[in-house]
Design a protein around this ligand. Structure first.
Ligand code: CS2
Length: 492
């Protein structure tokens, strides 16, 4: 791949150099802010920011985005140097197509001045607040209970500046209620089950500590968000420059597919996201379950089984002989019976389409990236399936294999003996549970099933499930992940 050559940076002044098809549909300096977004990672820029840009281009409205990075200075500085502009490089078998997005109207870093974010949330111009901050940032356990520590308590009561997401949000909404700034919708765009209700629960529990209430006109619509967005690499930057003819320091990569299903409950109005392809509906729950339990669960399965088998990317893991068959059985036998399909959707066909998306070799999505934060992701992606399947008398055989793969991953050694990184907010707790445990399938299962904050009392006490996981752990121990899947594939 050629090294960076032009030296000319992306900005409003250099837009005319771009090929017409790569230019933004709106300009940040033409926009009036109406949305505040918390979490300036790649996913927001490749998903909601694109929908919002297209919605404004289609129907107008004061919906520019005030984009807030909680802590990262680099992304804010670089975007600011580019007047808020960046490109999304769409990666498919046909090649790479960058397009510049213009919906980020204002950039801020919360850690620089948290009070400024609180004030902005209380600004009547802001009528929608969106979040992509990862499952971990909400500070809740799988049952939705707020994990209150002294620090968070101090942030909520005002004796410390609001650094965490629950505190920024709650203090912002309290300031808004005090200012009588009018209705607002708070939209969680993270992969949590019932994410609207979950976020409302976070705020309500935080309010009980902070004192005060929200006042009328605050809604928490649920959403299902979907687009595969791998981490930006040097190659992404080179592909962006090759297509744009100028240097973009903060491009993001994404697959061609994207989907956004939104509960249509916006008392303060919303952009015409429907004109950008979003589905506005009264009930997001079936969509959300479909996506989390099929797509995200299979993603995690590929991450753990693939990492154990030494595969760097999801596409490589998909190419393991037997992977397609095993994952198809997981979807059809374990997951589909637990779902109420949304109108017009068939979980099996949806699953096959997800498997197809995972074979896209241009994405290069790293198994280790998806393997992160398993303790926070698995309850939503996998454990609900297991609990529902077992309650209905099912075995959840394939789901137990995925759980076993996660346990082997937590143990930290790939099948070729190399070390696997445990990047997880519960890493210490998980490691501590393994200290003194026998390094055998039974020892591993007993240790990790004991982590009740992940499994909850029902699954902790489910002896047949544990036996099944031990059987899979024994296979993984004896034959490794690749051979286990291959032999299963051969018999299916
Ligand atoms: C992935 C998701 O990192 C992960 O855990 O499973 O980010 C996934 O790529 C998105 O949910 C796709 O919409």
């Amino acid at each position: 791949m050629a090294a960076v050559t032009t030296g000319v940076g992306l900005s409003l002044d250099t837009l005319r150099r771009l090929p017409a098809e790569a230019r933004p549909a709106v300009r940040p300096d033409d926009l009036t802010p109406g949305i505040l977004h918390l979490g300036l990672g790649a996913f927001h820029r490749a998903h909601q920011a694109v929908y919002t840009e297209e919605a404004i281009a289609a129907a107008g409205g004061d919906w520019g985005i005030v984009a807030v990075a909680p802590r990262s200075r680099e992304v804010v500085d670089r975007l600011a140097a580019q007047d808020g502009l960046y490109s999304v490089v769409t990666l498919s078998a046909d090649g790479a197509a960058p397009r510049v997005i213009g919906s980020l109207a204002e950039l801020r870093r919360a850690a620089d001045d948290p009070q400024a974010i609180v004030d902005r949330i209380a600004d009547p111009a802001i009528r929608v607040l969106t979040l992509t901050v990862t499952e971990t940032a909400y500070r809740i356990d799988p049952a939705g209970r707020l994990l209150l520590d002294e620090r968070l308590r101090a942030e909520l009561t005002g004796s410390a500046p609001p650094a965490s997401i629950p505190a920024l949000l709650t203090r912002g909404l309290l300031a808004r209620a005090a200012a009588g700034a009018g209705p607002i919708s708070v939209v969680c765009c993270d992969n949590l089950h019932a994410n609207g209700a979950r976020l409302r629960g976070v705020v309500e529990q935080a309010l009980a500590v902070a004192g005060g209430d929200l006042g009328p006109g605050v809604s928490f619509p649920s959403t299902m968000v979907d687009r595969i967005v791998p981490a930006t690499t040097e190659q992404t930057r080179q592909l962006a420059e090759a297509g744009l003819g100028v240097v973009d320091l903060v491009p993001v990569a994404g697959e061609p597919f994207r989907q956004w299903v939104i509960e249509d409950c916006f008392p303060g109005g919303r952009p015409a996201w429907d004109l950008a392809g979003a589905v506005l509906t009264s009930d997001v729950a079936p969509w959300e379950a479909l996506k989390l339990r099929v797509l995200n669960a299979v993603h995690s399965a590929l991450a753990y089984l693939g990492a154990l088998a030494g595969q760097q990317t999801v596409a490589e893991a998909m190419a393991l002989p037997g992977a397609h068959q095993v994952l198809s059985r997981f979807i059809a036998e374990d997951v589909a019976p637990t779902l109420v399909a949304p109108d017009g959707q068939c979980p099996i066909r949806y699953g096959q389409a997800a498997l197809e998306r995972f074979t896209n070799p241009a994405i290069g999505h790293r198994t280790i990236q998806i393997a992160m934060d398993g303790s926070q992701k698995l309850p939503y992606r996998l454990l609900g399936t297991i609990a529902d399947a077992r309650a209905a008398g099912g075995r959840a055989r394939w789901a137990a294999l995925v759980l076993a793969a996660w346990m082997r991953f937590v143990r930290g050694v790939a099948d070729d003996g190399s070390a696997l990184p445990l990047d997880d907010p519960l890493a210490e707790r998980l490691r501590a549970s393994l200290v003194g445990a026998a390094d055998t399938p039974v020892g591993l299962a007993d240790a990790l099933f004991g982590v009740e904050e992940i499994f909850g009392p029902e699954l902790v006490g489910d002896a047949p499930l544990r036996t099944q996981v031990v059987e899979w752990l024994t296979d993984l121990d004896r034959y490794g992940a690749a051979a286990t899947i291959r032999s299963l594939g051969g018999t299916l």
